[in-house]
Design a protein around this ligand. Structure first.
Ligand SMILES: NC(=O)c1ccc[n+]([C@@H]2O[C@H](COP(=O)([O-])OP(=O)(O)OC[C@H]3O[C@@H](n4cnc5c(N)ncnc54)[C@H](OP(=O)(O)O)[C@@H]3O)[C@@H](O)[C@H]2O)c1
Length: 252
């Protein structure tokens, strides 16, 4: 069975949203290229997927997205292994952060580097492959945090996610009328390792399977932008864009 956008590369596939996207895309008939630093987790995920769907092809690679030269090398190698890439999901990310001016430039810089500069490297590597093929679907995992500047430990994270959403929009603008499409996802709270600690604290947290189902649905429709899951995040995204800062500061 072949599917539209048959060959999908996902970064940050060793846990959380990336791993569950891999499971759901495999169930829908896609072949996968999966990368992350925890190669043992990727090997386990590959074995799990192949046990359920023996006809799928799943290739895995160790990749630290902050090694930017390696991003290009690994993307090209995975494309060669699968005979091309039809969709790339720029998903690897982290959520560290501290209030600006409190001595933790190191963690804020790490977040900006991974979520913005390294995400740009992934967009560059993906778009090189798509431009050469004349086709492809670039998917960028931003965040609801991108809607506004956010206070305290979320300041660097929100900026990184706004930055990568802007890069995706710029590529999308250039690609209007072409066969290459660009989707930006703005997830709300979806259960994963990243937000283990907030899991109990908010009733807005979606479970991983349902949250990722909404992501996969938006990806398959190749929409330009989507708040996921749509309820309650689509209306909340409008509220976040227009609410006074006094309200926004309660988010952290
Ligand atoms: N869950 C949510 O509620 C939520 C909401 C909005 C946006 N997001 C975004 O969704 C994406 C996935 O996050 P998640 O919630 O699934 O968190 P997660 O479970 O912590 O997964 C993060 C993934 O990113 C990978 N990663 C982190 N740094 C990396 C690096 N330097 N090189 C390569 N891979 C790296 C991790 O793999 P290794 O550690 O194995 O390398 C892991 O697979 C992130 O971009 C996050 O910002 C999540």
């Amino acid at each position: 069975m072949t599917t539209r956008r048959q060959r999908i590369l996902i970064t940050g596939a060793s846990s959380g949203l990336g791993a569950e996207m891999a499971r759901q895309f495999a169930a829908a008939g896609h072949d996968l290229a999966l990368c992350a630093r925890r190669i043992d987790r990727l090997a386990e995920l590959r074995a799990e997927i192949l046990a359920a769907y023996p006809d799928r092809t799943v290739v895995v690679r160790n990749l630290d997205v902050n090694d930017h030269d390696d991003v290009f090398i690994v993307f090209r190698a995975l494309a060669a292994e699968l005979g091309g890439l039809d969709r790339v999901v720029v998903n690897a990310g982290l959520g560290k952060g501290a209030p600006v001016g409190t001595g933790r430039f190191d963690v804020n810089k790490e977040t900006l580097t991974t979520n913005l500069v390294s995400a740009l490297a992934q967009c560059e590597a993906a778009m090189e492959i798509f431009r050469a093929a004349g086709d492809g679907h670039l998917v960028v995992v931003s965040s609801m945090s991108a809607m506004r500047g956010l206070p305290k430990s979320l300041t660097a994270y929100a900026a990184s996610k706004a930055g990568i959403a802007s890069i995706a929009e710029g590529i999308r603008a250039e690609m209007i009328g072409r066969t290459i499409t660009v989707t930006t996802l703005y997830p709300g709270y979806i259960q994963s390792e990243m937000n283990d600690r907030v899991a109990q604290a908010t009733p807005l947290m979606a479970n991983t399977v349902d949250g990722v189902r909404a992501m996969v649905h938006a990806i398959d429709r190749e929409v330009a932008e989507a708040a996921v899951p749509p309820w309650p995040w689509r209306p909340l995204s409008v509220v976040m864009k227009h609410a006074p800062l006094r309200f926004i500061r309660k988010f952290a």
